[in-house]
Structures are given as C-alpha cells and as structure tokens.
Design a protein around this ligand. Sequence first.
Ligand code: HBI
Ligand code: FE
Length: 292
Amino acid sequence: MQTTAKPVTYGASDRPPRGDYSRAREDYTCDQGWDAYTADEHGRYARLVARQLKHVEGRACDEFIAALSHLGDAQGIPRFENINQLLKPATGWEIVAVPGLIPEREFFTLLANRRFPVTYWLRTEAEFDYIVEPDLFHDLFGHVPLLFDPVFADYIQAFGAGGLKAEGLHALEYLSRIYWYTVEFGIMQTPKGLRAYGAGILSSVGELEHCLTSPQPNRVAFDALRLMRTRYKIDTYQETYFVIESFDELFDATAPDFAPLYQALRDLPELPANAVEPGERTYAPNPLAQPA
Ligand code: HBI
Ligand code: FE
C-alpha cells in the first residue's frame, strides 16, 4: 500500500526514522503487527515493566498507580485491541499504532478524536536504559494508564482540539511546550508530597527520582502563560518541572481558547529552560527516601 506518510524525527535530528512509515495510512495510523514481535521483544518489554513497577511506588501519582493494572499481566507486549476493550468503556479513548513521531496536525487530530498514538516498535537491548524517541514502552507504560483517568482523558482531548485551532507556527510551538511540561514531564503536589504524572518521567528510572528529590531543577507552580514562554530540551533531564495541584487545575487552565494567551505571548520574551522568574511560586524537592 503506497502512502504519503513521511517519517518524522525530533527537531533537526539526522537520526534515521525507526519505524516503517510506508505501512502507515493517510492518518499516520498503522496496524500494531502483534504477530511480528519476537520472544526477545516480549521478554524485553516484560523486563522494562517489571523494573519500572519497582520504582513508581511512592513516586507516581495515585491515578497512575491505580490504572496500571489495566495494562494486563505485562508478561509480554499486549495486543492494543485488548487494552482498547478496557479503555473505550472507561473514558471513550482507544490507542492506535503509529510508526513513531507523526506531524503535529495528524497528532492533534488523533487526540481530538480520543485516539492516542502508540509507537508499535520497541527499543533495542542497547537502549534498555535510555532512548531519545518515544518507543512502545514509553507510550504504552508512560502514557496509556492516565487515559483511564476521566479528568486527564478530557484534558488530553481538549489539548488535541486546541491544537487544531492553533493558528500559525508559534502557536504550535507554545502548544508543544504545554504538552512537554505537562503530559510528558508534569509533576503534581499531593498531600503525600510531589508525585510524577508525566509519561517521560514515568517511563524513566533516573528521572523519576531526579524530578522529585534532586535540588538541581526548579519546580515552578503551573501557569500556562509562564509555561508557554519556557523552552525545553529533549535529551537531558528537565531543568524546570511545572507543578499542578490536581488534574482539574490542568483541565481548567488549558480548556479555554488560547488565542488571548498567544496574543500576550507575542510581547513577552522567551525564557530558557532553567529560568526562575521573580515572585513566582516554587516548590521544595521531596525529602530523600530514608534508607530502609
Ligand atoms: N507524535 N507519535 C507521536 N507522539 C508524540 O508524542 C508526538 C508526536 N508528534 C508531535 C508531538 N508529539 C509534539 O510536537 C506535541 O507537542 C504536539
Ligand atoms: Fe510521550
């Protein structure tokens, strides 16, 4: 099947695309190809999940922990249609396979229609600890559990719909920052301390501890305008984490039309990833877990 789906990679990276974009349909979705996974890949996925499950307790938000059981027994790579049988009735979402990163317009269109893109290929053994591009483990383990949370599920759909309304390239850059600093690297203040909810953190071993307890990064109260001014880096730990107090706060802050914010942003200079603005609310790191 010939298609116009063209490979997409992060930024100007000259890294060759990892997925087979020739198998993608016009909307960039493709079949998961579950039968093609090897025993090695099933085993590697199971080891990635087993390791991460040891780290998320006490570090991931309760909503994530509560939803983990929906990913199945994690003895191997699940069939997306099996997850959809649970996910669709829960929040109306379904996951669809994609060959990797897809263009913004197709990405926002999928989210606006409650279809979450999940990369079908899994990282190699050499990338067990770290991979730049989002792979199957990042998307499935990092993103999918929170799609079972009704408020977060509505937020992602609103974000997708907002993205389709974004006019001009700058708006897409601002929206990418919102996505990056919430869905990928967001943390939450809870009565039990700071907890992670961003998929980029939840699918990483090192950053899960770093984002909550390291004295290095700034932890700044979530503010959509401040956030959209702030640049981010894709291949290091974040230098700033934006802190919400609930998913309701996230939904309320980003559901309305962003046009007034884009207008205000035109007159405000961008901020580096490690900026701290005078007078803004910041959060102290969690105390280091006492050795058992
Ligand atoms: N494509 N498959 C996939 N996954 C993403 O997370 C993704 C994407 N395309 C664009 C994108 N993210 C970001 O630019 C969002 O901020 C829009
Ligand atoms: Fe992601």
